[in-house]
Every structure is written in C-alpha cells, then in structure tokens.
Design a protein around this ligand. Structure first.
Ligand SMILES: NC(=O)c1ccc[n+]([C@@H]2O[C@H](COP(=O)([O-])OP(=O)(O)OC[C@H]3O[C@@H](n4cnc5c(N)ncnc54)[C@H](OP(=O)(O)O)[C@@H]3O)[C@@H](O)[C@H]2O)c1
Length: 160
C-alpha cells in the first residue's frame, strides 16, 4: 500500500522557493501522527528544506547526487525508493508515505493507493505544484477545519 500525503492550495501550489507557502499547525500535527513509526519517502529538495531526517520514522531520500545522510536511506531513483520502502514495510509491518515534493508526487500519483490531501483554501504564489488527481480516485472522507486562521479540508481519496 502506497500513501501520498500533501497539503495542496486551490491553485495546486505546494511550495515556493523550496519552502511551504504557509504555516498550518493542525496539519503539521496530523502529518506527524499519520507518519510516525512509518516510512517517509521524499525527494532531495524536500529533504533539504527540512534539513534533517524526520524523527521516529524510516526516512528514504531520493537523490542521484547526494550519497550519505546520517539517519536516512538514500536511493538514486523513484523505482528503487519504492522497492526499498516495500521491503521495509513488509519486514517491519510499516506503512509507506510519499511526502513530496513536486517531482516525487508526479512519479507516485499513478502508483499510489491512498491520498491524504489537505486542501488549503488559499491561492499563494509558488513554483511547485501537485499533479492533477486522476479520475479513478474517489473521495471517501472530508473534514473541514480552520487551521491557524486558514480554511482547510482534510480529505482521503482511495483508488476505485
Ligand atoms: N505542500 C506539501 O505538502 C509539500 C510537501 C513536500 C514538499 N513540498 C514542497 O515541494 C517543493 C520541492 O519539490 P521539488 O519537485 O523541487 O523537489 P523534490 O521532489 O523534493 O526533490 C527533487 C529532487 O529529488 C530527486 N528526485 C526526486 N524524484 C525523483 C525521481 N522520480 N527520479 C529521480 N530523482 C528524483 C532529484 O535529486 P537529484 O538531482 O539529486 O537526483 C530531484 O532533483 C518545495 O517547495 C517543498 O516545500 C510541499
């Protein structure tokens, strides 16, 4: 089972200059509670924007140019990341969460089973986008929340 987790603005922006365009406290807390104890897969730029492996999670970082990161597994491409993550998931009974950014979401959207999307009702400036959600995903859950002053809808989509 491959899960994608992302916060996506109404104009599909997810990032600006390698940072998140917002601060959403509840969303960060939800991200933590869903991913803790599990496997997080992210691209080099997202890793660099966080600047350290995420605590209490198995970190798989995709990069063909970075090699060793203390506390993380570095793999050279998306397919190897998924292969590695699936091996660990099976062995350690963990879930896989694809955590971004744009490049990684684009590669993952066609293989993911579940999407955890926080729709952020803003139209910020940005340079990184979430891909179009394919038509074969159906929304199975939606929760509205005003998070740090911003209207959000946390939605779960499953592939039909
Ligand atoms: N809103 C959200 O939920 C959310 C979540 C995460 C990130 N973001 C935002 O997204 C932005 C970063 O996205 P991004 O697209 O620039 O970077 P990214 O996907 O984090 O990382 C891209 C880099 O990772 C490696 N990589 C990733 N996917 C690959 C693939 N399929 N095949 C081969 N290599 C791959 C490459 O590194 P090498 O050049 O070393 O090979 C590539 O240059 C930031 O603004 C960040 O804040 C938003």
């Amino acid at each position: 089972m491959i899960n994608i987790i992302a916060a996506v603005a109404d104009n599909n922006i997810i990032g600006n200059q390698n940072q998140l365009p917002w601060t959403l406290k509840e969303d960060m807390a939800r991200f933590k509670s869903l991913t803790i104890g599990n496997i997080v897969v992210m691209g080099k730029n997202t890793y660099n924007s966080i600047s350290h492996p995420l605590k209490d999670r198995t970190n798989v970082i995709i990069s063909s140019t970075m090699h060793d990161i203390d506390g993380a597994i570095v793999v050279p491409n998306f397919d190897i990341a998924i292969q590695k993550a699936k091996e660990i998931a099976q062995k350690e009974n963990k879930q896989i969460f694809i955590c971004g950014g744009q490049c990684v979401y684009q590669s993952a959207i066609h293989t993911a089973d579940t999407l955890y999307i926080t729709h952020v009702h803003q139209k910020p400036e940005g340079d990184a986008y979430f891909p179009k959600i394919p038509d074969d995903f159906v929304k199975i859950e939606s929760t509205h929340l005003i998070d740090t002053g911003t209207n959000t809808d946390f939605c779960i989509y499953k592939r039909r």
